[in-house]
Design a binder for this molecule. Structure first.
Ligand code: SPV
Ligand code: MN
Length: 620
């Protein structure tokens, strides 16, 4: 053990490191200690004592405050640090100038120099926590071990809820180099929040499986295991022939106690969590999945074991399970919501009466409080979130930790699309599904990232923000995973955000329960469908039955016609937009992309010449 380790780390903690007997880990620790120069070092070996220490310290340091229910806490981020910072998140890479210009990258040497300069002595007055995790179920061919260095007890506490323990995985590590490395410092604090936001950096040293994050506290920028790991494992997957996807994973109950597994890729804040939490179904994950070919099928696991979900609009009608859970005295971290004078949590759209005053992400708050630009400050931030463990949800599926993963029957792509695609449609086949429904996904922007909302953006597989390999390569990986698979999952698209000409939403929030049941029947070929230019849609009679049985609702022909009218001009416009993007913006886009788009154009034009611009599903 080098001097700095013995000097900085107390013997009882050092022993935990020594026991892992990993030279690569030791030199990393040495590097981090030299760079960040922490006051103290705490090594967590996943014992209850260590985990409790982290929980307690999060409160002692003021990073979290206890609420009325004593297992619940609240954490606030800086007012301007409550979403992912895309501009300052960069992939560090050699020859960055030759990298895909659509991805935010930076020359590796320069980036490392810059971020290390910022991290220098950043922990002088802080305690460093070293903690081990395992992404994916333990003891599985999906498992990826990771180590997190952070000076934030909130970050460490959150990760303890969201990720599987990994100290044991490190003990067993066969390839002692294949683990992910995360180094985070919140930087200088003012009133408990990161102060130097101009020095906020999230840098991903891709080829070295290492990510740096500093001068930020918001989970999406700091929880190494979440979106930072995702960027690293997309790269790892590209080398090893599997996939890391921005997908929920769930079991959908079919007739005769059958359960079929689906993943769904949606951009942030577009209904991913709420779909995975549909009443009557089973959740395995709500954000990130690994997909692998095995036994002639595609298997998936949840990378995580918890949920860092958006809280706005969680109310007893639309999200009954989460709502109930959030009112139980079980370990929960709320972030950036309002705490009333009785220490109860309140968030916008909870269905409860809004308190007149309290404390929120802007400090002391009362009704009518305005920000520096004169805008009203809502009680909770739009991207306010809750952190909880999936095991505490009554609908958690028994396969959450299944080391085999679950075989997929269907893959769903969904975006925020006000005018183009129908609420649910099945793809013709794998390639058309991947290209037209996945790679050509567009979505209107949301509060989950800093910047303007409501702008239509190209977002292949809802994964653009997290890509660490060129877009064209990533799309090819998705096409190729099908090779050698006997029973491929079916691909579907959904759209919960379709509007009529007056801007009115055409779907109720609960309609998606029905779309899921329809998809479940389709993957078993138990229901017929109508052919459109871009796939297959449900028949009215089947939806009528399903609306009755699932929601006890009378589904009218008028509803059906409005929702499932094929909008030819909008689809043709979309094809033009996509062709332009792939031709002009995406280096090395494959021939397959253009041939699928071309085929789509021909089909839409053929339907248009026979049936007009807006085609009622009753005419199909
Ligand atoms: C998302 O924004 O996609 C999230 C939350 O899941 S974050 O941790 O910010 O990535
Ligand atoms: Mn996400």
């Amino acid at each position: 053990m080098s001097n700095i380790l013995t000097e900085k780390i107390k013997p009882e903690h050092l022993k935990k490191i020594e026991d892992l007997n990993n030279p690569s880990l030791n030199s990393l620790i040495e590097e981090v200690l030299t760079l960040c120069n922490p006051l103290k070092v705490f090594v967590c070996d996943d014992s209850d004592e260590d985990k409790n220490y982290i929980r307690q310290k999060a409160i002692e340091t003021g990073e979290e405050k206890q609420l009325r229910l004593n297992n619940q806490t609240i954490h606030f981020d800086n007012y301007k640090d409550q979403a992912r910072d895309k501009a300052n998140t960069k992939i560090l890479i050699e020859n960055a100038k030759d990298f895909d210009p659509n991805l935010n990258s930076k020359e590796r040497d320069e980036g490392l120099k810059e971020v290390k300069e910022i991290l220098k002595n950043s922990m002088e007055d802080k305690e460093l926590i070293i903690r081990f995790f395992s992404l994916g179920p333990s003891n599985s061919d999906f498992t990826i071990p990771a180590v997190q260095f952070t000076d934030s007890f909130y970050v460490s506490h959150s990760e303890g809820i969201l990720y599987r323990e990994g100290y044991k995985a490190f003990e067993k590590l066969e390839n002692k180099e294949r683990f992910l490395r995360f180094i985070h410092s919140q930087g200088e604090l003012e009133n408990g929040v990161s102060k130097n936001l101009d020095k906020r950096r999230i840098y991903i040293d891709r080829d070295h499986l290492t990510a740096y994050s500093t001068n930020t506290q918001y989970g999406g920028n700091t929880l190494g295991l979440k979106k930072l790991a995702m960027r690293l494992t997309i790269y790892l997957a590209s080398r090893e022939g599997w996939l890391t996807e921005h997908m929920f994973l769930m079991g959908v109950n079919g007739p005769n106690n059958r359960k079929s597994f689906f993943t769904g890729a949606f951009p942030s804040a577009c209904g991913k969590t709420s779909t995975s939490m549909i009443t009557g179904e089973k959740i395995i994950g709500d954000d990130i999945a690994y997909l692998k070919r095995k036994n002639g099928k595609i298997y998936a696991v949840n990378v995580e074991k918890g949920m860092f979900g958006i809280i706005e609009g969680v109310n007893p009608d639309d999200d009954p399970i989460i709502w109930k859970r959030l009112h139980e005295n079980k370990e929960t971290i709320f972030s950036n919501i309002l705490i009333d004078n009785n220490n109860n949590p309140y968030w916008t759209g909870s269905g409860l009466e809004e308190p007149k005053e309290g404390i929120n992400f802007s400090g002391p708050w009362q009704t009518g409080k305005k920000d520096e630009n004169g805008n009203l400050i809502p009680p909770s931030h739009k991207n306010a979130r809750f952190t909880l463990s999936l095991e505490t949800l009554e609908n958690c599926d028994e396969n959450l930790h299944n080391p085999e993963g679950v075989p997929l029957s269907g893959i769903i792509y969904g975006g925020r699309d006000s005018d183009t695609s129908v609420p649910v449609e099945e793809a013709f086949d794998w390639k058309q599904g991947i290209i037209w429904k996945g790679a050509s996904l567009e979505s209107e922007t949301t509060a989950a990232t800093l910047g303007q909302e409501g702008v239509r953006k190209f977002n292949p597989m809802s994964n653009l923000d997290f890509l660490s390999v060129p877009i064209s390569q990533y799309i090819d990986m998705n096409v190729k995973i099908a090779e050698g698979v006997d029973k491929l999952p079916m691909i579907f698209s959904v759209n919960y955000f379709l509007r009529d000409k007056n801007g009115k939403f055409l779907n109720d929030k609960t309609d998606k329960n029905v779309w899921l049941k329809w998809m479940e029947l389709r993957v078993h070929n138990e229901v017929e469908a109508l052919e459109t230019p871009s796939g297959f849609i449900p028949k009215y009679e089947d939806l009528h039955k399903l609306f009755k049985s699932v929601l006890n609702k009378e589904y009218t022909k008028e509803n059906y016609e409005q929702q499932f009218t094929i909008r030819i001009p909008e689809n043709l416009d979309k094809i033009d937009r996509m062709e332009k993007i792939f031709k002009e913006k995406i280096p090395n886009a494959s021939e397959l992309i253009f041939s699928v788009l071309n085929e789509q154009r021909k089909k839409f034009q053929d339907f248009q010449s026979r049936l007009g611009d807006y085609i009622s599903p009753f005419k199909l």
